[in-house]
Design a protein around this ligand. Structure first.
Ligand SMILES: C[S@@+](CC[C@H](N)C(=O)[O-])C[C@H]1O[C@@H](n2cnc3c(N)ncnc32)[C@H](O)[C@@H]1O
Length: 303
């Protein structure tokens, strides 16, 4: 990148950080310094409302069949110094394209989750995909999780809003802070889920191995993980290598074209300068657990 462009990019990024620290919304319209500069495919009609506490809520209505709707609370954009120093705040910034694509996948394939136990991990401040399943999927149990406490507090408010009229308490999803390397929490949830969802979480080199292991451990003996993520340099390939160690080569599949609308958006943007397939196009990865291969079990327990 030429030095002037690099200097301008740095300036725009400082402006985003300054806004966040001053408590001003960094806006859902991506700005020049953000990798969100390219708007993602529109899969939901979003209508914003404010309640009497001046909280900002949005209706996410699926733009397709079935036209299901959930209510999402926008997290406060004020970041403390503690937020910036500790932990990963990427899930409090926005609902990333991978999460939206994953939510549509859930809406369209809702029947699959009937009477199944489902968890979303790294779901950020919305857990949008898991929320749709909890509200419409008749799943036996839904856990919505993220490692960030602020994100989970937001998810908790979202659950209260979306389930305020539900009489059957058993079907109300749980909001839980689950960090992928927190052994104490993982043992409480191990081997309990038929389906696990995860969007745009493969990018952190320092925690990727823990993520792969957590996915393996949370699934039941024949469970399936459904993951959406862009390639982001080597991050997806590195994750796939780890996944193959745990799930076996036949347990890992990667699908580039899984939804006609998303695919057409991708093709029509290939020549747009702000579109970068590497960071903007979510792939679908499916990991299927099968305990027919005992050597994989040993690999997981000794890792
Ligand atoms: C890019 S965000 C994706 C959020 C959401 N899935 C989406 O796509 O909008 C990555 C998420 O991973 C979570 N995360 C990062 N490290 C984690 C860890 N060690 N344990 C649990 N969650 C973690 C972050 O809190 C964040 O919400």
């Amino acid at each position: 990148m030429d030095p002037i462009k690099r200097k301008n990019l740095a300036k725009y990024r400082w402006l985003i950080l300054r806004k966040a620290l001053l408590g001003r919304r960094t806006s859902d319209v991506p700005s020049k310094g953000s990798i969100r500069v390219h708007n993602s495919v529109a899969l939901f009609h979003i209508t914003e409302t404010r309640n009497c506490d001046l909280e900002s809520w949005m209706d996410y209505k699926h733009d397709g069949t079935p036209p299901l709707t959930v209510q999402i609370k926008r997290p406060l954009s004020i970041l403390s110094m503690e937020d910036l120093i500790e932990g990963d705040n990427t899930g409090n910034v926005c609902i990333w394209a991978s999460e939206q694509v994953m939510a549509r996948y859930c809406v369209v394939n809702m029947k699959q989750f009937y009477n199944k136990s489902v968890i979303e991990i790294g779901g950020g401040s919305s857990c949008l995909a898991g929320l749709f399943i909890a509200k419409y999927g008749n799943a036996s149990r839904v856990v919505l999780s993220d490692g960030n406490n602020r994100a989970i507090m937001n998810v908790d408010s979202i659950i209260r809003k979306n389930f305020c009229n539900k009489m059957d308490n058993l079907k109300i999803p749980e909001a839980v802070q689950i960090e992928w390397d927190n052994e104490e929490v993982l043992v409480q949830y191990a081997a309990q889920f038929d389906f696990l969802f995860c969007a745009d979480c493969l990018f952190r080199d320092d925690i990727r191995r823990h993520l792969a292991l957590a996915i393996f451990r949370l699934l039941t003996s024949e469970g399936e993980a459904i993951i959406f993520a862009p390639r982001r340099g080597n991050s997806m390939n590195d994750f796939l290598k780890l996944a193959k160690e745990l799930f076996g080569i036949s347990g890992v599949s990667i699908i580039q074209k899984y939804d006609e609308k998303v695919w057409q958006f991708h093709l029509s943007n290939l020549n747009v300068s702000s579109y970068n397939e590497d960071i903007h196009y979510p792939y679908l990865i499916k990991l299927t657990k099968s305990l027919k291969n005992p050597s994989l079990l040993t690999a997981a327990s000794s890792a």
